[in-house]
Design a protein around this ligand. Sequence first.
Ligand code: GLC
Length: 684
Amino acid sequence: MSLLRVPDRSRPRRLRLPAVLATGVLVAAGLAVDAGAAASGAPAGVESAGDRFTERPGRGAPYKNPRLSTERRVADLLSRMTLEEKVGQMAQAERADVSADPGQIADLFLGSVLSGGGSVPADNTPEGWADMVDAFQEQALSTRLGIPLLYGVDAVHGHANLNGATVFPHNIGLGATRDPRLVERIGAITAEETRASGPQWNFSPCLCVARDDRWGRTYESFGESPVLAARMGTIIDGLQGSRRGDLDDPEHVLATAKHFAGDGLTTFGTGEGDYTIDQGITEASRRDFARLALSPYVPAIKHHDVGSVMPSFSSVDWTDDGLGNPLKMHAHDELINGWLKDKMDFDGFVISDWRAIHQIPGDYATQVAVSVNAGVDMFMEPFSGDTVGYPQFIETLVQLVEDGTVPEERIDDAVSRILTAKFELGLFEDPFTDRRHIDEIGSPEHRRVAREAVAKSQVLLRNEDRTLPLSSSDDVYVAGSNADNIGNQAGGWTLTWQGGSTNVIPGDTVLDAIEDAAHGDVTFSADASAPVPAGAHGVVVVGETPYAEGFGDVGGPRWGWDPGDGGVLRPEKTMLLSEADTAAVETVCAAAASCTVLVVSGRPMIIPPELLEQTDALVASWLPGSEGGGVADVLFGKRPFTGRLPVTWPRSVEQEPINIGDADYDPLYPYGWGLRTGHRGHHR
Ligand code: GLC
């Protein structure tokens, strides 16, 4: 028997009015029907059983009393919930899908809605976002029990889906700063800008440990060292506040440690679908897995008290047991129930990744049952209609509980965890967006912090004859594909999921910043076709075009999935400089008084020896985001270079994976490398 009955959406809508109105209307109509009965679907006119499962609780219900403990409130609310109301809390829909029919939020008792990367309201402003989230919240509050909605986004380098938000360097640049306190401040600003525009939940930080830079998500990692990733877990304190008790502040959001676990350890060539490494298989001993993949989660849970965890798409194949038995993390009872919830005593909730359970072997009922029983609590099943998603998830899970495949105790545990987060966030008292900080989104103060982070993230790899810092009185010749492209310097997860070379956000490109900092003449010629003025110092900004997830895998899919570009061919990712950038470097370095190359990319790029020899200075700039000024600050000595490599810089792609501690470790620049320069005034 198929469990996948597509819900009959033709049925008459339940009466969904704001709670206070609903009760009034029914009493005024003289109906003997209890409001709760109508809201719970009982036929109109039928005397409700008046029990906890049908009544619309009054204001005196314990769960509505903020003076009671969260545990007490959760227990009371749970005791009032029908199975459908419980399972609805475990379902997360996507903004675009549910926007087509927002009434689904109330009809299905949905617990959460998300914006996938680039899924933004038509009015992509802070007010537009807040109005959107609040409209969804109205729907959730109109249900019998009035359980508020959680709204989640990927504010992975600031709330960069929102046009005008402060866009910080991606995590690989933050790893280069080696500054946990700064990263905490970045978390705090990100939280404030996110919450002030509506979303109360951020699917961040990625605690991934990128071991093979051919992985398209390398830039979402703080680096190749699990110790470094653990140290940067301070971002969670910035996001949530110093403890979960601060979550009800309008400056804080629920954080998500992801992707649990081993997402950055997968073997090249084992990628899922047409990805070459992303969502692949992590082949490791339990001991190595604990050291490399699990260790960053220990402080995230024990010290930073992270409120949610997202499993990885990837699989784990224990070498201890002999390879050949990869198990999807979303089905991994030993690691989710066993290690995360039992051994680590994690008391938050586990949110699945985007349709990730569909990668588990078996039919949909099997996928749901296996993942729920493995310990996943909420399911990112974004779609409805013809694509299996949240409506089918709810139907299927209700059926699985009714037939005993999934114990109701498991549902109660999952729902208790989800409700606990909602109480901690203060959503029962203040469900709507607190807009007191809305004008601080993208503020000069926030951008100053981002600029500081950009400067501290710059890693000086080579500096022959103390070429850097330049003098502000120098004439400068700027070239390269990434000199004047804010979309490229922001990278993925910016306005759109994949990011884009034509994406424009408020901020400064590297060229803008050089023009602001230099008092000499500045010439710009992206392809270096313009003559290099005598005595001018060359700055060539090379690097990558934006990508996200597996679309950044080396040798990965060449088709970008993006509603904007309709899947046009995208430049294949190779870790090699483009021919145009290589030519620009050769041209400028042959003619300029000095020649500095900046690499704006999500990972190391290959600089062949013969090209390297032509350069005087080489800088890893990573993906700086909106504040290109931070690059000029170190280029011209306003700040010293202090950044250090968070990942090993290979001589060739063939060296990948290459990490500190490897035998025969012979990179171009080792993990931790970074030259320093003096402070201001240190000129040649
Ligand atoms: C994506 C990513 C995950 C993100 C989620 C929601 O597939 O794997 O990091 O949080 O979907 O956008």
